[in-house]
Ligand binder design. Structure first.
Ligand SMILES: [Zn+2]
Length: 247
């Protein structure tokens, strides 16, 4: 651990002695993350969205989806309530102090069976944040949430597999078609990486319409990647399905 890292670690311990951590929903004391076990269960999804393979829809068996470039996306939590609020504060209000707690929520949602699923990938990469937004925030949210956890589990993880080729407008106010137009050709594979034949996992903080991850996956498949799956901290309600769909 670097000196700065060590300092942060001890300051965090000190802070927890002075201000004991409380569940963001019910206020019950917690040692880990931002939620107690009970409230975490309410938000936990660990749900894998699986997409119809391209061949099937070409054969006219299902409607074409832009997400079909992705094989599947694992959504760890519901994008709702305190988690939605925390991600909003992290991205738009500079609340970087939430990062360690959210990282612990990622860890809590990746038990051993999920880690076995992760071990199939040759490369794990995060969706890159634009340089401008990274400078404004002082951190790259997907990289901060996922990289250290995955590296600790001996996975090759990188924040720069993809690079932003140009600037894009914020997406939250755009519909799906507008998002696709805004993101078209916005990513490129960083030249020092070889993705041909590789199974790749892309990580992002939020998965809503899937447009960002699909565009990133498309670029990787065009560069020869064997398959691209996704992992997101939070998934929007449109992707959860109903209990009946999931069982
Ligand atoms: Zn609670």
């Amino acid at each position: 651990m670097s000196f700065a890292g060590e300092l942060r670690y001890y300051l965090q311990i000190l802070k927890e002695i002075i201000f004991p951590r409380a569940c963001a929903v019910c206020g019950y004391h917690v040692d880990n993350g931002m939620l107690c076990e009970k409230c975490r269960k309410h938000y936990l999804l660990q749900y894998q969205v699986k997409y119809t393979p391209r061949e099937e829809y070409l054969a006219g068996q299902s409607a074409p989806l832009p997400e079909d470039v992705l094989s599947s996306v694992l959504l760890l939590y519901k994008y709702d309530g305190v988690l939605k609020d925390a991600l909003h504060r992290l991205k738009f209000e500079g609340a970087g102090e939430l990062l360690p707690m959210l990282r612990e929520e990622v860890e809590a949602a990746l038990p051993n069976p999920k880690l076995r699923w992760l071990s199939q990938f040759d490369i794990v990469a995060t969706i890159p944040t634009s340089q401008e937004r990274r400078q404004q925030r002082g951190y790259d949210v997907p990289a901060e949430l996922f990289l250290s956890i995955l590296e600790e589990r001996n996975l090759t993880a990188c924040a720069d597999l993809l690079q932003r080729e140009r600037r894009t407008a914020p997406l939250f106010a755009l519909d799906k078609q507008q998002r696709q137009a805004e993101l078209a050709e916005c990513f490129g594979v960083t030249p020092r990486y070889t993705v041909a034949g590789k199974r790749i996992l892309l990580c992002d903080d939020i998965y809503t319409t899937g447009t960002t991850m699909a565009e990133a996956a498309r670029v990787l498949l065009e560069a020869g990647a064997a398959s691209v799956h996704g992992l997101a901290l939070c998934g929007a309600q449109a992707n959860w399905g109903t209990e009946a769909d999931r069982s």
